[in-house]
Design a protein around this ligand. Structure first.
Ligand SMILES: Cc1ncc(COP(=O)(O)O)c(C=O)c1O
Length: 382
């Protein structure tokens, strides 16, 4: 049993999440976790650190085999070695893939609200964001669903060339079902739109839900993933791009080189291998802990925070909460920070219109931290 209740002091370690937060404020914003990484990863890093040279790094065959084995074992997805490229992160990877697949002025469809860097990556590539707004569905306890007519109309737009999917979905916590993914794929094929799927959250799945890799439905989709989010090693900066088509892969590889995001540090592949080869039990226990945190939040909100409606969280560790009758969410999150000393993200970061009325809460923290934050919020709402 791993101890996710342990509180680890992160202030003073150059930690974005804590050191950017004013003294006394509990940060529940940026998506990293306050948990120690799996022991196998710590040990692998320690061993690598003992070798006193940290120079340019080759990524060995065993790294690729770790990825192939993990996705076969955990997600029944067969990946061919030659289809894998690596780069310094999922966001740099998205930027390269968009460069390879689009021309400036083209449209990229996303399901809004959506991960904030999607907006900037699309714009930085000279493309236009086409937001298909997710609809809250009342007969599935408020879960968000695709507005299929709107999605198809956007894909049918002759300027649209790419659909950038977040699977599972940050910030709404949706784990798209096989049927939904199939429908997205059918529409994209019909209108000759390429699918790019960011699957960085794919290990963070709550019970009763199953992650389906988009490539198992649509082998032409370009997939981005990394153990970084689920194993809390994002600071090591490495991600993988899986692309079956040789010509597309060549173009992506070229973009990786042009963008100069082709070299990784010596610790990243070592940590990635320890995650995929030796930390399976850890990730299972982590998901169970996060799920308990989610239930803790729901129970607390039901009892003490009447204006909070917590959306179903099927995956990720990011709760998406509707705030009723609290006015503007930017002002609301500012009040949370100033008065309750808790930093949560306003939904408008994930869609100026689609995120109105929502906040995003990072639940990847010890339960005591979560409860302390909720108590503080309860106290200012009296
Ligand atoms: C959907 C999604 N993609 C990518 C990232 C960041 O990936 P990276 O740090 O590898 O660039 C995040 C971080 O929160 C994310 O939520």
């Amino acid at each position: 049993m791993y101890n996710f209740n342990q509180t680890i002091e992160r202030r003073g370690t150059g930690c974005v999440k804590w050191d950017e937060a004013p003294e006394g404020v509990i940060p529940m914003w940026v998506a990293d976790m306050d948990f120690a990484v799996a022991p196998a990863i710590q040990e692998a890093i320690r061993q690598r650190a003992e070798h006193p040279i940290y120079a340019y790094t080759l990524v060995g065959e065993s790294y690729y085999q770790a990825i192939i084995s993990w996705f076969q074992r955990r997600h029944q997805w067969t990946i061919a070695r030659e289809h894998i490229l690596y780069t310094t992160g999922v966001v740099p990877g998205i930027s390269c893939v968009l460069k390879a697949l689009t021309m400036p002025g083209e449209k990229v469809v996303i399901l809004s609200p959506d991960y904030n860097c999607f907006f900037s990556s699309i714009r930085n590539t000279g493309c236009v964001v086409s937001e298909s707004i997710l609809q809250q569905c009342h007969n599935t306890q408020g879960r968000f669903e695709v507005d299929w007519d709107d999605f198809e109309a956007r894909c049918a737009d002759e300027k649209t060339t790419v659909f950038l999917l977040c699977n599972p979905h940050n910030p709404t916590g949706r784990v798209w079902t096989r049927e939904e993914l199939q429908r997205m794929s059918n529409i994209c094929h019909k209108h000759h739109v390429r699918i790019v799927s960011d699957e960085i959250h794919c290990e963070l799945i709550m019970s009763g839900h199953t992650f389906c890799p988009m490539a198992t439905i649509d082998p032409t989709a370009v997939i981005l993933n990394s153990p970084s989010k689920s194993f809390n090693i994002a600071g090591l900066q490495m991600a993988n791009i899986i692309c079956t088509d040789a010509e597309t892969r060549r173009r992506i590889d070229r973009a990786i080189n042009i963008n100069e995001v082709c070299d990784v540090n010596p610790f990243a592949p070592v940590a990635g291998m320890a995650a995929y080869n030796e930390s399976e039990q850890w990730i299972d226990e982590l998901c169970a802990y996060i799920e308990d945190n989610y239930h803790t939040l729901c129970d607390f909100a039901t009892k003490h925070l009447p204006c909070w409606q917590v959306m179903p969280m099927e995956g990720t560790y990011l709760a998406w909460v509707k705030i009723q009758d609290c006015g503007d969410v930017d002002a609301y999150t500012k009040k949370l920070e100033d008065e309750a000393k808790v930093w949560m993200n306003p939904g408008t970061m994930y869609g100026e219109e689609s995120g109105k009325g929502y906040i995003r809460i990072n639940l990847a923290c010890p339960r005591a931290t979560l409860l302390e934050a909720l108590e503080r919020i309860k106290n200012i709402q009296k």
